[in-house]
Write a protein that binds this ligand. Structure first.
Ligand code: ADP
Ligand code: MG
Length: 269
């Protein structure tokens, strides 16, 4: 199951000030669904303004982590703070600090792209929704399609619009749950560009992905979630150091993230 809805409570004013410390701090997070122990002590730290990729196979528990961090689900044990606020005791402050984009685009098909953006800006009681919409349309290269119904958009355009909508109100932390799953390669590159723009604007991005090259392309840090725990966490360069480069005759082959991924999960299987 992947989270699809945008929480109405997240549409509240998002003027929450930034609090010092890391954008996301997670210690010992545990969660079971009946007998299924999905999270068995997850530790994470995401620096402000960075892009952090939570990488894991289907069913690893990525969406469960995102749901706990966005206060949609309670953990069984452990602590999690987002923008300095505890998800268990300061839920409203957490919700005022984040935006969440699920795996399936949460845009209204009947409305145009611009109308979708204006609608969200209105719901958030922001001044001048039209200007906010036009700025975001420019930023995400959607100006030409602005007045067309979303029903006519490609998958990549929809996802870009969805990410643009999540930026309204400038939340300091954005969760993107599998932002490119189901997209074709071209649309995936468009979404990557959109995520890079978020990061350039100073937003902290926690994204989940099953795609190794997506983490490789986008993330400042990558954590691999496997069998309920983070089994490695580091920069791409640090992860690659886990495997020595293989030398074949005179050509040095650097390990790819894929090599590292299968080497580390292979150890645990
Ligand atoms: N509400 C639920 N009830 C029971 N099992 C669930 C529920 N949500 C998720 N699961 C199970 O928990 C595991 C982790 O799910 P999820 O967090 O969605 O993984 P991912 O997002 O990494 O694919 C999966 O085995 C999934 O079937
Ligand atoms: Mg998921």
């Amino acid at each position: 199951m992947t989270l699809t809805q945008r929480q109405p409570s997240m549409l509240a004013a998002m003027a929450t000030d930034q609090v010092p410390g890391p954008a996301i701090h997670v210690r010992g997070l545990e969660k079971s669904y009946k007998d299924l122990r999905v999270l068995r002590g997850v530790d994470l730290e995401v620096a402000r303004g960075s892009v952090f990729a939570l990488l894991g196979s289907n069913g690893a528990g990525k969406t469960t982590v995102i749901r706990i961090l966005s206060t949609l689900l309670r953990a069984d044990a452990g602590t999690a703070r987002v923008n300095g606020f505890d998800v268990a005791t300061q839920g409203a402050d957490v919700r005022g600090s984040i935006s969440l984009t699920g795996q399936f685009a949460a845009v209204d098909e009947i409305l145009s792209g611009r109308e979708n953006l204006v609608l969200v800006a209105r719901l958030r009681h922001l001044e001048d929704p039209g200007t906010i919409a036009d700025d975001l349309l420019t930023r995400f290269s959607l100006t030409e399609a602005a007045t067309r119904r979303v029903a006519t958009y490609s998958g990549g355009m929809r996802r870009r619009l969805d990410i643009a909508m999540s930026l309204i109100g400038s939340p300091p932390v954005i969760f993107l749950d599998e932002p490119t799953t189901g997209l074709d390669p071209e649309a995936r590159i468009e979404v990557w560009q959109a995520v890079r723009k978020l990061a350039e604007g100073g937003t902290t991005v926690l994204l989940t992905t099953q795609y190794l090259n997506e983490a490789e392309q986008l993330a400042d840090r990558i954590a691999i979630l496997h069998q309920g725990r983070i089994i490695v966490d580091g920069t791409l360069a640090e992860l690659k150091q886990l495997l020595p480069p293989a030398t074949v005759e005179y050509v040095e082959k650097q390990p790819s993230l894929e090599d590292v991924f299968f080497a580390v999960i292979g150890d645990k299987q």
